[in-house]
Design a binder for this molecule. Structure first.
Ligand code: DAH
Length: 370
């Protein structure tokens, strides 16, 4: 560390070059010797301190002392030199922090534990349902969330102005009035439109499940959300009967909730199925008795012992009419369909009391399912 800034008397290009070269070489040697934070500080002070650091001295001795006609040349040189020295100071920093880090590693300390993510309870439930149907030979289909009136309603046998449309509080995309009704866009209110979309693409026989998000104009509360998840099922073939529907769903419920659950079908109405039914399963909280331990009333089933899990039915021949040309002649094929709310099933399955927990992204809630 014996470099000192020489006074310059010769301002020729060669002399400037030589002086700058010696200075840079000295700086590089000193930078390479930096080993610790203390070394680094000393190095920076020596080279860059405003008051009497080497850069300041160069300014004073080489620039200020330069004869008038050499000032320009000397200025360019000194600027190059400064840039190079600053670079060296930077790299000294890197070398220094590397070596300091190397000195400090304590290999006996435990490593940094990264939390492993887990499936969201709704996704987990969705995947379980999909897996049950995949084992029965079903494939998975998907469709758009922004849908046309045609697929969401018309082709599912909800004619324009039919009151059944009112049961699904629809969120419409603005500014669509100029288009014909069937082309107007909306947020799909159910996954059922993918029944039509799939039948347009695939000829019978088909067996599909359709998971996806849907939207309705429902304000959020403990059991409602403007966005929720559904899973739809559709089987079309020759000679599909209501018995197939019952057997398939009975099997699926036992696979999902345990072999002791019983199923029960009650008549219902959906425009796209005829006949239609709602499927109930024995309450998997109270086992069907309507009572909890100590004779307390069972809340999830409202003491009835039964929980409604989905809507279903035989595909209405009017629906097949919309895809007749792709092999769905209602005189030749028949089918069943069903649609379930995944979030509600997850809610019941995990005994969660407020649907909003699923959508708020609170890690403390989600960690319980990890
Ligand atoms: N799409 C209906 C809803 O969101 C549920 C449904 C009922 C789907 C019966 C079906 C079905 O496929 O057959 O309320």
């Amino acid at each position: 560390m014996d470099y000192t800034v020489p006074k310059l008397t010769d301002y020729s290009a060669a002399a400037l070059e030589k002086a700058a070269g010696e200075c840079i070489a000295a700086c590089a040697t000193e930078a390479a010797e930096v080993r610790s934070d203390a070394d680094l500080k000393a190095f920076r002070d020596r080279w860059m301190a405003r008051k009497n650091g080497i850069l300041t001295q160069i300014n004073d001795l080489w620039l200020k002392g330069a004869p008038k006609d050499a000032k320009r040349e000397a200025g360019i040189r000194v600027n190059e030199l400064k840039a190079r020295i600053l670079e060296l100071a930077e790299s000294a920093h890197v070398t220094s922090s590397r070596s300091v880090a190397a000195e400090c590693v304590d290999i006996s300390l435990p490593g940094v534990r990264r939390p492993i993510g887990a499936e969201h309870p709704v996704i987990k439930t969705r995947n379980e349902i999909v897996a049950v149907f995949q084992r029965l030979g079903y494939s998975v289909a998907e469709g758009p969330v922004v849908e046309t009136d045609y697929y969401n309603f018309e082709a599912l046998n909800f004619p324009p102005n039919h009151p059944a449309r009112d049961t699904q509080d629809t969120l419409f995309i603005a500014g669509q009035q100029a288009k014909p009704l069937r082309e107007r866009l909306l947020l799909r209110t159910h996954t059922s439109p993918v029944q039509i979309r799939t039948m347009e693409k695939m000829r019978p026989p088909i067996r599909i499940v359709i998971p996806g998000t849907v939207h309705r104009n429902d304000p959020p509360d403990a059991s409602h959300s403007p966005m929720f998840n559904q899973i739809e099922g559709l089987a079309v073939d020759t000679n599909i009967t209501f018995g197939d529907l019952k057997g398939t769903l009975d099997h699926a419920m036992k696979a999902l909730f345990g072999s002791s659950v019983k199923t029960h079908f009650r008549p219902s109405f959906f425009p796209f199925t005829e006949p239609s039914a709602e499927l109930y399963v024995t309450c998997f909280i109270c086992g069907g008795s309507g009572k909890r331990d100590g004779n307390a009333p069972c809340r999830p089933c409202k003491q009835t012992g039964w929980i409604e899990v989905l809507g279903c039915g035989m595909v209405d021949p009017n629906v097949f009419e919309f895809v007749k040309d792709n092999g769905y002649d209602p005189k030749k094929v028949s089918g069943f369909a069903f649609g379930a709310g995944i979030d509600r099933l997850a809610l019941l399955k995990y005994g969660v009391d407020d649907l909003q927990h699923f959508f708020q992204g609170d890690v403390r809630f989600l960690q319980q399912f990890g």
